[in-house]
Design a protein around this ligand. Structure first.
Ligand SMILES: CC(C)(COP(=O)(O)OP(=O)(O)OC[C@H]1O[C@@H](n2cnc3c(N)ncnc32)[C@H](O)[C@@H]1OP(=O)(O)O)[C@@H](O)C(=O)NCCC(=O)NCCS
Length: 194
């Protein structure tokens, strides 16, 4: 059974592992292979640890666990681009390869929406690689509306990205409550199967 809980600094290593394995499985063919091959999980972990130790305000971060193993992670917070109408941003949502399509992403989105709303955020945007069709369909299935395209600079390589937004986080909450058995709230057990 999947459990969601808030992230702590001790999760930095597991977060980096999930993120790295997910990047390498998902982004093959979308970003330069050299970049994927050179991912340094320890360096990523250190970066996460540093960020978490700063205890920045307005961020929500959730882990998905199954039988003690970390299988997913999602992070939201204030939109980096304050000129946009979306007050919050989903920075990351990653599952360990093999854990997709069991409703865990939906549960994490529910927790993020709930957490951001409790901090006073009303809307949210997410940027996704243009060619990451699975994730795009995921956001669309949860009520995200296409916003605009852009470009991400990855160590000097331009990678096309697009964005999806929820003008009202309540819509995301509703979309994720429906399929998640109302168990998306952090700290409670979820009903994702598989
Ligand atoms: C994208 C991701 C977070 C989605 O989480 P998930 O647990 O696999 O998705 P869920 O099972 O909660 O799916 C919810 C709904 O989204 C849609 N959906 C999810 N994955 C889909 C896919 N591959 N193709 C089409 N629709 C999809 C479906 O409507 C699904 O509902 P259903 O299963 O009842 O049909 C996860 O697959 C993942 O980590 N992928 C790799 C990393 C990644 O791309 N992250 C996003 C970076 S921007």
């Amino acid at each position: 059974m999947i459990k969601l809980r808030h992230s702590t600094v001790d999760d930095a290593g597991a977060i980096a592992r999930v993120q790295a394995l997910s990047w390498q499985a998902t982004y093959r063919g979308m970003i330069p292979q050299d970049y994927l091959d050179a991912i340094d999980v320890d360096a990523w972990a250190e970066r996460h640890r540093g960020h978490m130790l700063e205890e920045p305000e307005g961020f929500v971060s959730y882990m998905a666990e199954e039988e003690g193993e970390i299988v997913g992670w999602a992070l939201g917070g204030p939109n980096r681009d304050q000129r946009m109408i979306f007050s919050a941003e989903l920075f990351t949502i990653y599952l360990l390869p093999g854990y997709e399509r069991r409703g865990i992403g939906r549960m994490l989105m529910n927790a993020v929406a709930r957490g951001l709303m409790s901090l006073g955020f009303e809307s949210m945007i997410v940027w996704v690689l243009r060619d990451n069709w699975a994730a795009r369909e995921f956001y669309e299935a949860l009520g995200g509306a296409y916003v605009v395209r852009g470009v991400m600079d990855l160590d000097g390589t331009d990678v096309p990205v697009v964005s999806y937004g929820w003008r009202n986080l309540g819509v995301l909450l509703e979309a994720t409550d429906q399929g998640s058995g109302h168990c998306g709230e952090a700290g409670r057990e979820g009903s994702a199967s598989g």
